[in-house]
Write a protein that binds this ligand. Structure first.
Ligand code: SF4
Length: 403
């Protein structure tokens, strides 16, 4: 906290900031941190309409802007170039942007305890650099368009470090004071917390409803960017149309006490210290999103009304180590599970429809089994109650010497 009076930038600098327009590609780790960026820039006095996100991924967006990189990694990082293209050639043409900001986010914390690190996937973290190279290789498209490309390294795991990084990255461009930047960063963190809270509240309501109605919700355990309809090829929508509510990892409540009801045995046996922990199944865990995936599988395995849908992208080297772990977790619990691995640019619409139908069919059967079990439980309770009443009246009769 500053021990001097809050230092403000000049009114000219503030006025200038109010007019600056900044584009942000809607890809990769931006999916985990967007509320932070929006709030950070707004708290610095930028107009909310001047903070422009690229469009959602679509076949069109990819066709138009996907030919710049020579690299051939996973689709989510490849598609990022098409989003930068979308900002530069569509949004900028429509109304000029001053900057495109695509940070190299190296660390993203989660709620999971006892983790070795909060590392982001290095491909996702490095993508902004790779894309800069792609757009400046022969022609410097940014210079040609009069847009400045900013790709600072940012860690979300250490708030003080993050503040320093933000100040260094933007001070010359946005002409703010360190106090103003620090304040805006604090507001950004608050916005992320609020967003998390809202998502978790929605998730809690869905869970309570399916528990009450004894039907299934689908927990999608892809990466945050798999919520982009262009990256999940509309599969989430298909399930929603069929009446299955969709949960994301972010929307599962992370309140340790609330979660205890599902992890009672694990906690009692001492296998884990926290409900929010994966060290029992994966002690050597470093990668933030992978850890969250594995934890979410553990949660589903302990929740009778939650089915899993694992999404992962073609050529993803980071999901591979989780496959075996997730398999082992759900096998022992009998959790309904379906996976769409190797998702790529082309929408395999036919096969996705078949996969959705097949999974929906087995989910329907599972729901019948759940209802059957519930019915049997009620019947059993009813019979036990009857037996108790019979025994009681028997005893009473004995007392009064009727028999
Ligand atoms: S997690 Fe996998 S799909 Fe996502 S950016 Fe990293 S390597 Fe690519």
């Amino acid at each position: 906290e500053p021990c001097h009076p809050f230092r403000r930038s000049s009114s000219e600098a503030m006025e200038r900031r109010g007019k600056i327009r900044i584009g942000i590609p809607r890809v990769l780790n931006i999916w985990s941190t967007a509320p932070f960026w929006r709030t950070y820039f707004e708290a610095l006095g930028m107009d909310q309409h001047n903070i422009v996100f690229s469009d959602y991924t679509s076949e069109d967006l990819w066709q138009v802007g996907g030919k710049y990189g020579s690299i051939d990694p996973c689709y989510p990082s490849k598609v990022a170039q098409a989003h930068v293209h979308n900002l530069l050639f569509k949004h900028h043409e429509h109304k000029p942007l001053d900057y495109i900001m695509f940070p190299c986010i190296t660390h993203i914390p989660s709620h999971i305890q006892h983790v070795k690190d909060y590392a982001s996937c290095p491909i996702a973290a490095g993508a902004p650099n790779v894309i800069k190279a792609a757009f400046t290789k022969e022609v410097n498209f940014f210079e040609a368009k009069g847009v400045v490309y900013l790709d600072p390294a940012i860690t979300f795991a250490e708030p003080n470090m993050l503040k320093k990084q933000l100040y260094e990255a933007f001070k010359d461009h946005l002409q703010f004071t360190e106090d103003e930047s620090d304040f805006a960063a604090t507001e950004g963190f608050r916005a992320m917390e609020l967003f998390d809270k809202e998502m978790q509240e929605k998730g809690r309501m869905i869970l309570e409803q399916v528990e009450q109605e004894n039907r299934l919700a689908i927990l999608m355990i892809g990466r945050p960017y798999h919520s982009d309809p262009g990256l999940n090829h509309g599969v989430l929508e298909e399930f929603q149309v069929l009446g299955y509510p969709i949960l994301s990892i972010r929307s599962i409540p992370k309140d340790e006490l609330w979660l205890h009801r599902y992890f009672t045995d694990d906690l009692k046996s001492g296998r884990v210290e926290y409900a929010l922990e994966v060290s029992d199944v994966w002690p050597e865990n470093f990668s933030s999103n992978s850890v969250q995936k594995v934890w979410a599988a553990k949660f589903a395995a302990r929740h009778p009304q939650v089915a899993l849908l694992d999404l992962s992208s073609f050529k993803c080297g980071h999901d591979a180590p989780t496959y075996g772990l997730i398999d082992a977790i759900i096998q022992s619990a009998g959790t309904p599970f379906s996976a769409l691995h190797d998702i790529d640019a082309n929408k395999p619409s036919g096969s996705i429809k078949i996969r959705v139908k097949t999974y929906a069919h087995s989910l329907g059967l599972h729901e019948e089994r759940l209802r059957d079990l519930a019915r049997k439980k009620v019947e059993l309770e009813h019979r036990l109650e009857q037996r108790r009443v019979e025994l009681l009246s028997h005893r009473k009769n004995e007392q009064f010497g009727i028999i």
